[in-house]
Design a protein around this ligand. Structure first.
Ligand code: GCU
Length: 665
């Protein structure tokens, strides 16, 4: 049967190498687990059994009796060095042991062992331990009650609200398995542009049913809340966070939630952003709002994630706005509040400098929000592996406490000594049979989880893991496919927004080029606002002579971008208005470099197609054909981007294409 992609990276198909199977079979004769353990421990044992039986091609019995040589024991032990969720896999006297300080630690350990088998490692001398560097590792679903998904490109929502709580779609469990297998531990079920409906008793029963499926897999459930809920469903006249009735309403509501879902994780809030209501409607600020919710959570083990994605018409450079609104509130947020910040200052562009709030709010734990759904990166049509994008942000040096103050260290809490830490990925998951529309979208879900667990992993290694588990371990095929994954994001940047161009895509839909967009309800919703092309040159001047957004960064970070002569070309037009004829560090003029990148980027999609063809003999025909077809569309659309942007910018530059580049016809 052709592979439809449903099983993700958890295929558990029999290992092709007889020797490898034999070696593992000798170490996996039975699984030894305490029958009195809780649901997570039993879940761990069953998953390990399922995986090993598939991979090794022989039943692996579960037993409670202490096993002899060749047995695998799952045990919860006092191991404070592993933290709450860490695990250890050790091998002694022919026995394997997976231990954790909690059942969920053992579960993560079982998936880690399966990953070893799936990626073709030998069982000899197996000895590894790992624990997450970031505490809250979440997917944010932008899913609506009516089944649509905001910026979703893989079908409709996987949450069947109309069927819940009576019917539990089997998919919920497979979803939980996938999240647990990559180390995630939390799920915001609904869109940040939230419906108040989720807080009604009717919906809390549904949410509780989903939570019940996710719980054994260590996945806690969270909700996005509509700020105006006290008015919309509570019958109050106000949603003012300082109003005693409003406070009492949230407190009562929170109590109801915890009655239905005892391990409820907390709230995600988008307030006073893009038309959503918020505390500013009552003259209060973000901290007033967040702290009131934190207080409503009271003694429950829950948190508030308050989003910093805000910008308003007429408030100057959009780049600066979240910083200006939030930085002065540093130190004003209650203990249970984390501020959730997108990776870049504008909005999930294909490449952005890191958000200037990182490093600038040392007294507030900041959640890093990245977007897995490819709103600005070609939806589910373009092949873009996001590992490099996520790593680029994590490794960016904020210099806030001198060199080495990376975003990763801000986010994991180590730099500023926070006990809370979090990272969120906006999910790319939908009802499509293969979950993500584009097969490589699965790699982005996978990479997010792995990097959330351990941000020191290399994006290339994560890509190799994913491809080995999902596509093939055949070396020649991997050698063809891995460079495609690893370079796909740079290639996408080249044919859409080279040299630091940003936000020049189609209005509203956010797909395809529309750099000529000049008329809209608001200046910051036009593309010309961002690229600033004129007869002299191109790019947004964010130096002191322009919007001075550069000044938001610590001097060490600012320095990297401040001088157009030394600014890395990838960031140039983010910060400088550069003359068309200006010679860049690449040796070409701006115009020549820009057009060369559009052309070579487009040609590189053909290279991706050739590489993909090379891997064909080793891949499942259905999966191969699906990606090959999407690559054809990608090439056509890369030409569309190239021709549209080159012709449009040429109307300002009034220069011919450099020799060797064929003018668009
Ligand atoms: C983007 C996206 C919106 C989304 C918003 C957000 O602007 O286009 O659909 O609601 O981000 O992150 O809140």
């Amino acid at each position: 049967r052709a592979d439809d992609g449903y099983r993700l990276w958890l295929k558990y198909d029999q290992l092709p190498e007889a020797g490898l199977r034999k070696a593992w079979l000798a170490r996996a004769k039975n699984i030894n687990v305490d029958k009195n353990g809780g649901p997570t421990l039993q879940t761990a044992a069953k998953e390990l059994q399922l995986g090993l039986q598939g991979l090794l091609g022989r039943p692996v019995p579960l037993g409670a009796a202490p096993g002899g040589r060749g047995s695998i024991s799952l045990r919860v032990t006092a191991a404070p060095e592993l933290g709450r969720e860490g695990y250890r896999i050790s091998s002694q006297n022919g026995k394997l042991e997976i231990t954790g300080a909690s059942e969920v630690g053992v579960l993560y350990g079982c998936f880690a062992l399966l990953r070893q088998v799936q990626t073709g490692q030998l069982p000899d001398q197996l000895n590894l331990s790992s624990q997450p560097r970031i505490q809250y590792r979440m997917l944010n679903h932008w899913d609506n009650p009516n089944g649509t998904v905001e910026r979703g490109y893989a079908g409709s929502s996987i949450w069947k609200w109309l069927e819940l709580p009576e019917r539990i779609d089997p998919r919920y469990q497979d979803y939980a398995r996938a999240n647990a297998s990559i180390g995630l531990n939390g799920v915001v079920l609904n869109n940040v542009n939230a419906s108040a409906r989720y807080l009604t008793p009717e919906y809390l029963r549904k949410v509780a049913a989903v939570a019940g499926v996710l719980r054994p897999y260590g996945q806690r459930v969270y909700l996005s809340v509509l700020w105006a809920a006290p008015k919309v469903i509570g019958g109050l006249k106000t949603s003012d966070p300082l109003d005693p009735q409003v406070k009492a309403w949230w407190q009562a509501r929170t109590g109801e939630i915890y009655k239905a879902i005892p391990d409820f994780g907390g709230f995600l809030v988008k307030a006073n952003s893009e038309g959503e209501p918020g505390p500013q409607d009552y003259g209060r600020n973000h901290a007033d709002g967040a702290n009131m919710l934190a207080q409503a959570l009271g003694g429950h083990d829950g948190i508030v994630m308050w989003r910093a994605f805000v910008y308003k018409a007429g408030s100057g450079d959009r780049f600066r706005q979240a910083y200006e609104e939030f930085q002065p509130l540093d130190g004003k947020f209650a203990d249970k509040v984390l501020v959730q910040v997108k990776n870049g200052p504008i909005d999930f562009q294909a490449r952005e400098p890191f958000h200037p709030l990182f490093g600038a709010m040392p007294r507030t734990p900041l959640v890093l929000e990245v977007q897995l759904t490819q709103e600005y990166l070609g939806f589910a049509t373009h092949l873009v592996y996001l590992g490099p994008l996520i790593k680029e942000c994590l490794e960016a040096d904020t210099h806030s406490q001198g060199p080495g103050s990376t975003v990763a260290k801000v986010v994991d809490g180590s730099l500023e000594k926070h006990s809370l830490s979090g990272i969120a990925g906006v999910a790319n998951i939908g009802s499509d049979r293969n979950w993500t529309g584009h097969l490589v979208g699965q790699a982005n879900w996978y990479a997010f989880g792995r990097l959330a667990w351990d941000h020191s992993l290399r994006s290339e290694d994560v890509a190799r893991e994913w491809a080995s588990m999902t596509l093939t371990r055949e070396p020649a095929a991997l050698a063809a496919v891995l460079p495609v994954l690893n370079q796909s994001r740079s290639i996408y940047v080249r044919y859409t927004t080279p040299l630091g161009l940003h936000h020049i895509m189609g209005q509203d839909i956010h797909y395809g080029p529309e750099p000529w967009l000049a008329r809209s309800a608001r200046p910051d919703w036009t593309a010309v606002y961002y690229h600033k092309a004129d007869a002299a040159g191109l790019g947004f001047d964010r130096t002191a002579a322009g919007s001075d957004a550069l000044a938001l960064y610590a001097p060490g970070a600012r320095q990297r971008w401040a001088n157009p002569a030394t600014c890395p070309p990838d960031y140039l037009l983010w910060f400088h208005h550069v003359g068309w004829g200006q010679q860049l560090s690449t040796g070409r003029t701006l115009w020549d470099e820009l057009t060369t990148r559009y052309y070579t980027g487009t040609d590189s999609v053909q290279w991706m197609q050739r590489q993909w063809e090379q891997a064909k003999p080793a891949l499942d025909p259905a999966l191969h054909a699906d990606v090959a077809a999407r690559l054809c569309i990608q090439h056509r659309e890369a030409q569309w981007w190239r021709d549209a942007c080159v012709l449009y910018f040429q109307t300002f530059a009034r220069r011919p294409l450099p020799p060797g580049l064929a003018p668009p016809t």
